[in-house]
Design a protein around this ligand. Structure first.
Ligand SMILES: [Zn+2]
Length: 176
C-alpha cells in the first residue's frame, strides 16, 4: 500500500485515500524523480474530492534487464527512456504529464510481458507504439534515433508499419 509521503509498492491502479480511506482516485499529475526510481503522483480522491501525493517506487520494471543489440545487458531505466523521449520531443509543446503517462503505459506493457529480459529493440518499439499517439514528429525523431537507420527507406518502413497499426480515426493525415 502506498502511504502519503512514503515510497510505496503499488505501481498502477488506485490507492486508499488518506482522508476518507476510499480507494477511488484519479491521477492528476505524474512525475519521475530521484533518477527515475520514484514516481511522484498527485491524486484526487473521487469520493471526498481531497488531493494527496504518492511516491511510488518503480519495482516491476526496475527488475527488467534490457539486452542491447551488441549483447550487453543493463537494467531498465525509465530515466534513460525519458531523456530519449524528451530529446525527440525537443521544443514541441507536449505537456510533461502526457509524457510521463506515456512512460507509465510503456512500463506497464513491458512488465505485463512477464519476461525478465527484453531486447532493447522491443523497448524502443513499445515507446514508438505509444509515442505515435502523443506526437508524430517526436515519433519520427525517436524512431530514427532508436533504429539508427542507414537509409530513409528503413525509416519509411517502420513508419508504415506503425501507421498500419493505429486506427484510421487516430491518424492526423499521412506522415509522408
Ligand atoms: Zn477521500
Amino acid at each position: 500500500m502506498v502511504s502519503v509521503g512514503q515510497a510505496g509498492h503499488l505501481r498502477w491502479g488506485t490507492v486508499q485515500c488518506p482522508f476518507c480511506e476510499k480507494d477511488h482516485d484519479k491521477v492528476i499529475d505524474s512525475r519521475t524523480t530521484d533518477g527515475g526510481a520514484i514516481i511522484r503522483r498527485r491524486r484526487e480522491c473521487l469520493a471526498c474530492g481531497k488531493r494527496f501525493t504518492t511516491y511510488e517506487r518503480v519495482e516491476q520494471t526496475s527488475r527488467l534487464t534490457v539486452v542491447k543489440r551488441d549483447g550487453r545487458r543493463e537494467g531498465f531505466s525509465r530515466e534513460k527512456l525519458l531523456h530519449g523521449v524528451l530529446a525527440a520531443v525537443g521544443k514541441r509543446t507536449v505537456p510533461r504529464p502526457r509524457i510521463e503517462a506515456m512512460l507509465d503505459a510503456v512500463e506497464e506493457d513491458l512488465a505485463k510481458s512477464g519476461e525478465k529480459e527484453v531486447p532493447s529493440l522491443r523497448v524502443g518499439e513499445t515507446v514508438l507504439r505509444h509515442l505515435i499517439d502523443v506526437d508524430q514528429v517526436a515519433f519520427v525523431r525517436f524512431a530514427s534515433e532508436y533504429h539508427q537507420f542507414d537509409h530513409i527507406d528503413d525509416l519509411r518502413r517502420v513508419i508504415d508499419e506503425m501507421a498500419a497499426r493505429i486506427p484510421e480515426s487516430k491518424q492526423q493525415g499521412k506522415l509522408f
